[in-house]
Design a protein around this ligand. Structure first.
Ligand code: SF4
Length: 297
């Protein structure tokens, strides 16, 4: 089976799974009101609507509050090391193309120590989905500034307010040519699950940036503010127009929700299949006939 056929099979099988089939026996231990509850519920819904086969699905994370997600989902999963979820997930997808791979993590994990990985997975266009739960703080380690914390924010490590400019994750994804980019709000599970579903169905590397408030270190006021500033994309917005997408992500006050950008270009797996065909001609490449070539010498 080619990589493309394997991907198609993994995404279309219907086995009558219910949402309960995607929930593990572990109960989430996030603080009451944490945005990550909304995200994991949106993931259950999206997986169920796509009827993903649990044995052909893997959720890979780094370290942080949101990176607990693999433990709460009843698929293959790996809570890996800080900032390294993308390279590990890339290895899973390349070695097992029939597996649907979802990466989950936070702003600190993915855009500080792990910040060097997104440009490379994007230029390879590996067919997997990265869900970034952005709470603009390090929650697990008790509330320090993160790469997306806004200027002026007072935290345990910035008593007089942050003097840094925050990273714009969606702006970075656009600049890195990520082939599918969406933004959702953790408090709107319905639309978030649809975005996750679209991202998984997209052929290529997809990013879903989720505004996922940390109520413990940012307070309930932050949650209310996030709810007010997350608004739908303007009427008639065209997600294939990159210039318009840049205008939308540069908006300072509003956070537009929806599919911000999408394009179809060959995935890493598709290119690999082509290269294998070029290298082997009509001959089927197997481990045995590669070894035979060496033994014959
Ligand atoms: Fe969620 Fe913040 Fe609590 Fe972590 S510290 S579980 S991000 S509310």
């Amino acid at each position: 089976m080619t990589t493309m056929q394997a991907q198609a099979t993994a995404k279309t099988e219907n086995k009558g799974y219910t949402i309960a089939d995607y929930k593990s026996k572990l109960k989430p231990i996030w603080c009451p009101g944490c945005g990550d509850y909304g995200v994991v519920n949106a993931i259950y819904r999206a997986f169920n609507e796509l009827q993903l086969v649990p044995e052909k699905t893997a959720v890979i994370s780094g370290i942080g509050c949101s990176s607990r997600i693999p433990g709460y989902v009843s698929t293959y999963g790996f809570n890996t090391v800080h900032g390294r979820a993308i390279p590990i997930a890339s290895g899973v997808k390349i070695s097992s193309p029939e597996t649907t791979v979802v990466v989950a993590g936070g702003d600190g994990d993915g855009f500080a120590i792990g910040g060097g990985h997104m440009p490379h997975v994007s230029r390879r266009n590996i067919d997997m989905t990265y869900i970034v739960m952005d709470n603009q703080i390090y929650g697990l380690t008790k509330g320090q500034l993160s790469p997306t914390s806004e200027s002026g924010l007072k935290t345990t490590t910035s008593q007089y307010g942050s003097i840094d400019t925050p990273l714009n994750i969606v702006g970075l994804a656009l600049s890195y040519n990520v082939s599918f980019i969406a933004r959702g709000f953790a408090g709107d599970i319905n639309s978030l699950s649809k975005l996750i579903k679209e991202a998984i169905t997209h052929k290529g590397f997809s990013v879903v940036h989720v505004v996922s408030p940390c109520v413990t270190y940012r307070g309930m006021e932050y949650f209310k503010q996030a709810k007010e500033t997350c608004v739908p994309l303007p009427e008639g917005y065209d997600p294939t127009n990159k210039v318009e997408a840049f205008k939308v992500v540069e908006e300072q006050v509003k956070k537009y929700i929806g599919v911000i950008y999408r394009e179809r270009r060959p995935t890493f797996g598709e290119r690999l299949d082509e290269m294998q065909k070029m290298a082997s001609g009509d001959k089927k490449v197997t481990l045995d006939n590669i070894l035979d070539q060496y033994l014959a010498k």
